[in-house]
Design a protein around this ligand. Sequence first.
Ligand code: UDX
Length: 445
Amino acid sequence: MNITVIGTGYVGLVSGVCYAELGNRVICVDKDRGKIDTLNAGGIPIYEPGLKELASANRAAGRLSFTTDLAEAVRRSELIILAVGTPPLPSGEANLDYIDQAALEIADAMNGYKIVAVKSTVPVGTNERLGKLIRARTSKRFDSISLPEFLREGSAIQDTLHPDRIVIGADSPSAAATMALLHRPLTERIVVTDIRSAEMIKYASNAFLATKISFINEIANICEKVGADVTQVAEGMGYDSRIGSSFLKAGIGYGGSCFPKDTRALIQIAGNVDYEFKLLRSVVEVNRDQRFNVIRKLETIFGSELNGKTIAVWGLAFKPNTDDVRDSPALDIIQHLVDNGVNVRAYDPIATANFRALFGKSDVVWCDGALDTARGADALCLLTEWEEFSQVDLGELQAALNRPILIDGRNVFKEEHLLGTDFVYYSVGRPSLSQGVKQPIPVLQ
Ligand code: UDX
């Protein structure tokens, strides 16, 4: 199939490359000339394992190209996929300006029947609105499709080429059949729905996953108080196939470009039809608060007076294997430390540059390696579970730190790692350890 993908952000670029990998001819379009130049020079503007190699193989095979010329790309394609950004407005609602703009440009360029599919996460009703915009501008025939995307950063190619399911929201049976054929090599599990339901599936899925995370984080907070271990609790729960074991990792909460944005947007979507989504509001609130878990633990150790202490921070990305720092818990945690007169030393294997650009403060010492970050610090906080951190020699780490205090916000270390060390160790929802020994569990009334 000849496909145009508009928008070369995460979703657009990964999808474009993967559709090409399936044997289609794909043109990726972006307004940003700099991005297109980078892509045409063999570069990739985002960090995603394996993407660069897959993109160059498909370019070399003549199946993938990059351009700023939207009109020409549309004319040469039967399927147009919109994957432009829908950033949040101050209200939490998605800003649809890029979608609308692209719709008008598609309409003006149409030279025959097209399928126009939306991969961007958009509020219920957007596809219909888009259809109206295009119809008002051209008499050419087209069908609108909602094609929600479920890929995760860091495993985006795997998720796209081996999805759990494909959701196709369509009014036209023939367009739905064409889309099903396109995706059949990826999975047998293709769910065809009406357009509004497909739009809703994306929000509902992300909101549910966010709910699982906030749920297990609250269970973790209770575990700390009753002397239970949340990792054991999650394992015991997860074997129940009705619950499932994924997204039950307690920590300092979710960040990234999707969950924070989509949960707020769904609350707003519900609000627009006079429905208060109370559960999701709590999920968001719990998540906001959970990141301060790390601060509360520092205060348990040092008292509320953190002023003048030196704290090392490992991990700035919102999760490992990405350089994305959008809504990363590290932003709020480091901000709080800096505001309270703490000397912060921070390190991330690849996300430091992005973090500095977003954080915009200079009074943090940005370090080049995990051990170097710990040097002379009164405590170390682990905020992102990069594999590199679990491999650091704890003896060397202890020697580098001024005091062997480790706050593990992602439950990376196990009790046996800490045996024989002097570490005072706090994690999330698990007993704390002092010199490798479990601290007495709370006395229950
Ligand atoms: C998410 C969805 O998984 C994906 O389907 C959607 O298309 C986009 O949003 P992504 O944001 O890339 O993907 O990351 P994901 O791996 O889902 O993690 C999101 C956040 O949740 C991270 O901050 C992660 O640390 C946190 N998380 C995840 C937990 O705290 N505990 C868990 O058990 C799982």
